[in-house]
Design a binder for this molecule. Sequence first.
Ligand code: SF4
Ligand code: SF4
Length: 364
Amino acid sequence: MTLAQCADNPAEDAGKQSPDYVRISAAAAMELRLVRGRFLRDCSCGCINLLQNYDVSCTANCTYCGLARTREGESVDKSFIRVDWPLYPTSLVAEKVAEKEARSGVGRVCVSQVHHPRAYPDLIAISQAIHQAAPAVPLSALVSASTLNEERLVEVKDVGVDIIGVGLDAVTPELFSNTRGKGAKGPHSWEYHWKMIRAARRLFGPMKVNCHIMVGLGETDRDLMELFHNLKEEQIAAYLFSFNPEEGTAMEAAPRAPLHRLRRVQLVKNLVEEHGLPREAVGFNDAGEIARLEAPELMVRRAIAGGKAFMTDGCPDRQGEMTCNRPYGSYRPGEPFRDYPFRPEADDLAVIGKEMRLEDIWRP
Ligand code: SF4
Ligand code: SF4
């Protein structure tokens, strides 16, 4: 996919705010034919990801995020997960979603909140606009839990949203506080996020709530594994994202997770979620890194060959297949895939095998 052709003109975007305007991922803008471009290897973008837009961007201050309050630059210049998000009238986006649905179907639409006083009413307004234009298209809300309460979650469901995504990102209370909460001069609380995650789980049902989880913020593999098991037990989906530093943020100089680490985490997560790997099958060294995997050869070979472990984690379409594949969400064109927006083929699996260096932790 080329991002260069995206029409993103900060000067023209000033003053155009939600709910009348929304940002749309560059890949989704191509999918809706709002901009021209080409996807790599004929991979399409299944989910139309929308993002609220305000003149002050986000009033939270997460240390890794391009929209953070104290990041330098005007709001309209700021990027979200390192890619451009062109701005369009919400009514035009709704119309284009309906057209694409009639032409070839739309896997899903997702409305992402930022942290802003208008974020909640505008989530409702934008979701309503999309749902009225294309009522059969599944709708997710990627929420900022701090803007919600239980009553508001009910209203979100009533306007047609069937899946709630929660940007948890940091996986321990301390890390959360340091990157999103008090330690970062931000508004978010670990306890309140979990209160909303569990309220959403009760209201929306099993596997209809997901937590976005970032690999590379400073957590250990042990922290991640603990959370994967706990979320599985609560029938809440765990969706991995790979930290990718953004210029001008507090974490701009922080390193990304090494690729071999990410691949091992992806594999073991898949073994836990889909192959019943027990907690005691993974051992850790003093630094909390995966040091030992005790799993049957057939299980491991099947998980690798299936390829799903290394694909983007995302909400499903009407058939239950992952559709939110976010091409280039956590890596640049030309860089190795962090997560694959399509099922990896044999050549890809050979690359993944080398990246993963599994022989250091597992022997058949
Ligand atoms: S609340 Fe979300 S959009 Fe706002 S700074 Fe944090 S991660 Fe970024
Ligand atoms: S996985 Fe995609 S569709 Fe689902 S909540 Fe997250 S961003 Fe939205």
